[in-house]
Design a protein around this ligand. Structure first.
Ligand code: FAD
Length: 380
């Protein structure tokens, strides 16, 4: 590609991955434009909190965002601990320190906070963000690639990055229409609650039917999740979410029992999301177009690694584009560095879900989690 400062990149999707890639690319000297279909910074943000393991913080540090996340979030001294159904301590999960890192093994933030930090940084380094701009089509020529938006606008670039999430349209241009995420049979209830003192890391509490978990996401804020076995077409009316969640949590004593009784009231906001998985085989690129984030690795939330992997993708992609003159070589090196790492996360997260649903008896959930954390602590 030659000099980076006269090359321009269009990033499709201003989510966690797209913004991270945009900052990383801009830091390497590229001209970067992000197009995001939603009208503003906040409208694309859903859900409650984001778990940031040590490897996410390392990647965020590379784009100048880690300190801000730790400052507004809840930096935890250890990864997690596990309790039995009554709330008695079963075991600690210390996490894995990243060599040379000054950051904790885990930080929790709210999604809006993370989005504000990434957006603020992107604007500060000179990324252009076009909100209310939806990708519709791609036209690729020998010297450039043109993005056509739904309103008919045409934007031309040297490279297009498809960071448009699990239902990526850019992916169809690179890999065809057949690739689709798969619902795993579990959906996650999530609800924000006050951070009780014992929620000072990820706290998991198991019963025969499922697992409840707690994540600190600020000095005074935490969220509770419960992964429920759930039919793909099952729908719960809004006003039935709280009673249904209380039913799932009925067997628990200890922390979960207390949270159920005190905070899962009928008027509380509950987010219910289906859990999907997809590991896309390589190549992740074609011509001048490359994919990243959930568009190529949709990860169930069991290891809190989906966003982390999207951020890492952005950092590695920018490094390879800056270091390689030829696009095909840069994209191939990027995929080589990312594929196995992402596949481990996709597969292990899915296995944890299968085990929670009773389909993988004997699976060592803690051992698998620790293995993933050890691999993630290795250099990118
Ligand atoms: C309920 C839930 C909880 C999660 N919890 C965690 C967690 O604790 N920790 C963690 O690391 N990960 C978590 N994840 C996963 C994480 O949210 C994703 O892995 C991460 O957001 C992926 O980033 P992305 O940029 O690839 O995709 P997204 O964040 O989905 O961003 C894609 C963006 O592209 C935009 N877009 C889509 N189509 C178009 C188009 N045609 N034109 C223009 N723009 C478009 C979208 O509006 C969106 O802003 C969770 C996921 C879910 C569903």
């Amino acid at each position: 590609m030659g000099r980076t400062d006269d090359k321009n990149v269009i990033v499709v999707g201003g989510g966690i991955g797209g913004l991270s890639a945009a900052v990383a690319l801009r830091q390497q000297g590229f001209d970067v434009t992000v197009i995001e279909r939603y009208p503003d910074l906040h409208s694309s943000v859903f859900g409650v909190g984001i778990i940031q393991p040590g490897n996410a913080l390392r990647a965020l540090d590379a784009i100048g965002c880690a300190e801000a996340c730790v400052a507004v979030g809840y930096p935890a001294k250890q990864w997690g601990r596990m309790l039995d159904v009554n709330g008695d301590h079963l075991r600690d999960m210390p996490g894995v320190a990243i060599e040379g890192s000054k950051f904790p093994p885990l930080n929790g933030v709210t999604r809006p906070q993370l989005h504000e930090i990434l957006t603020g940084r992107a604007l500060a380094v000179g990324v252009q963000i076009h909100y209310g701009t939806s990708f519709a089509a791609l036209e690729e020529g020998p010297e450039s690639v043109t993005v056509v938006t739904e309103s008919g606008e045409r934007l031309t670039a040297d490279v297009v990055v498809g960071a448009d999430g699990v239902r990526s349209k850019v992916r169809q241009y690179v890999l065809g229409k057949e690739i689709e995420p798969k619902y795993i049979g579990q959906s996650a209830f999530r609800v924000n609650i006050p951070r009780l003192p014992e929620i000072d890391c990820i706290v998991l509490q198991v019963c025969d039917a499922g697992m409840a978990g707690f994540v600190p996401i600020g000095p005074d804020l935490a969220y509770m999740f419960y992964n429920a076995h759930f039919g793909v077409h099952e729908r719960i009316p809004e006003d039935q979410l709280a009673p249904r969640l209380r039913e799932y949590l009925a067997p628990f004593g200890g922390l979960t029992g207390r949270v159920r009784d005190e905070f899962i009231t009928d008027d509380v906001d509950i987010v219910l999301r289906p859990e999907e998985t997809m590991g896309v085989p390589t190549p992740w690129h074609k011509g001048r177009v490359v994919l990243m984030g959930d568009a190529v690795h949709t990860i169930t939330p069991h290891l809190g690694q989906g966003a982390a992997q999207a951020i890492e993708d952005g950092v590695v992609l920018a490094e390879e584009l800056a270091q390689n003159d030829r696009l095909d070589e840069a994209f191939a090196r990027y995929t080589e560095r990312r594929y196995e790492r992402c596949k481990l996360i996709v597969d292990t997260s899915l296995n944890i879900g299968e085990w929670e649903m009773g389909r993988l008896p004997g699976f060592d959930n803690i051992g698998a989690t620790n293995h993933v954390l050890e691999v993630m602590a290795q250099p990118l």
